[in-house]
Design a protein around this ligand. Structure first.
Ligand code: GLU
Length: 307
């Protein structure tokens, strides 16, 4: 269960990681280079590096540039520079998603041979229109092309069949979770009509191939976990990773931080004279790991979890 006591929160998480992953875990920091890093990324980094360093685990840096239309090389360079400035050193830099076409194709070949993939001509807009008055809700794919036998060729999307059934997992912070991906999202889009692999698909193939057994990420991705567990099994990963979803920081009005918020961009904060340790301490406090901000050098992040 989540706790409001910052010390207990970090220590509980660590206790569960140790109990469930007796060998040193492999986790990852996996930003999408569609903008500059901001305080939200820093919160994630504090949890990722803090836990990894507390248990002798490894941190992979993975650039999630699956969506070539929105990613820019300067943002990739920015990730490396900002991590360097913060003193956050990954143990390994794995291949960016843009370099893993062969792996994604191989995964799709497997799914196709199992009869689990089908061509889909529906646009995002058509599916979103089904949401009617509730456009903020995720609209499950209604199965329009499921039985049409469309090819997996150019100009069509590729979807993976998702049958009804619950996925259960123990989140290392939130406890027992249960999700039915068929109800949440329906047949999963693996590649869109423009030929771009999707986040949901890439991340499962990557975590499998890169030996990631501990996924530490914000609670905004909690609803993705059931479908990723399902996909991992289809992609021949019988033992899935463990998941920890940490709190997000929000603006006082409750809105989520985004890359458009210049006030929280690391580059702007750095230009305004903030030191790395001050920002790390602030991120720790904003996500409930410290009572109040205090300077916290990267080398001391493990102390948030070990007490
Ligand atoms: N690339 C995702 C992001 O930018 C994170 C993916 C994940 O942790 O599963 O937030």
């Amino acid at each position: 269960m989540p706790t409001s006591d910052p010390r207990a929160q970090g220590q509980d998480a660590l206790h569960r990681v140790r109990a469930l992953l007796p060998t040193a875990p492999v986790t990852r920091f996996a930003p999408a280079p569609t903008g500059w890093l901001h305080l939200g990324h820093l919160v994630n980094a504090v949890w990722v590096w803090g836990i990894a360093r507390a248990v002798g685990g490894r941190v992979l840096l993975r650039i999630e540039d699956h969506d070539g239309t929105r990613c820019r090389p300067e943002y990739v360079a920015g990730v490396h520079e900002d991590l360097d400035w913060l003193g956050l050193e990954p143990d390994d830099v794995v291949a960016p998603q843009s370099a893993r076409e062969d792996a994604y194709r191989a995964g799709l070949d497997r799914l196709r041979s199992l009869g689990l993939a089908f061509g889909c001509r529906c646009s995002r807009r058509e599916i979103a229109a089904l949401a009617g008055d509730a456009p903020d809700l995720e609209t499950p794919y209604p199965g329009t092309c499921r039985a049409l036998g469309l090819p997996l060729g150019a100009g069509l999307g590729v979807r993976i069949r998702v049958e009804p059934g619950a996925e259960r997992f123990d989140d290392l912070r939130l406890g027992r979770e249960e999700q039915d991906p068929a109800v949440q999202c329906g047949d999963l889009l693996a590649r869109d009509r423009g030929g771009h692999w999707t986040y949901q698909y890439c991340v499962v193939v990557d975590d499998r191939d890169q030996g990631v057994d501990l996924v530490i990420r914000g609670v905004d991705l909690l609803s993705s976990t059931g479908r990723q567990l399902r996909l991992a099994r289809m992609l021949d990963r019988p033992v899935p990773p463990r998941f920890l979803h940490h709190p997000l920081i929000r603006h006082p009005g409750g809105t989520k931080l985004s890359k458009a918020n210049r006030d929280t961009g690391l580059r702007d904060l750095r230009a305004a004279g903030h030191a790395p340790a001050a920002l790390l301490g602030q991120a720790a406090a904003l996500s409930g790991l410290l009572d109040r901000p205090r300077p916290l050098p990267a080398g001391e992040l493990a102390s948030l979890f070990t007490g």
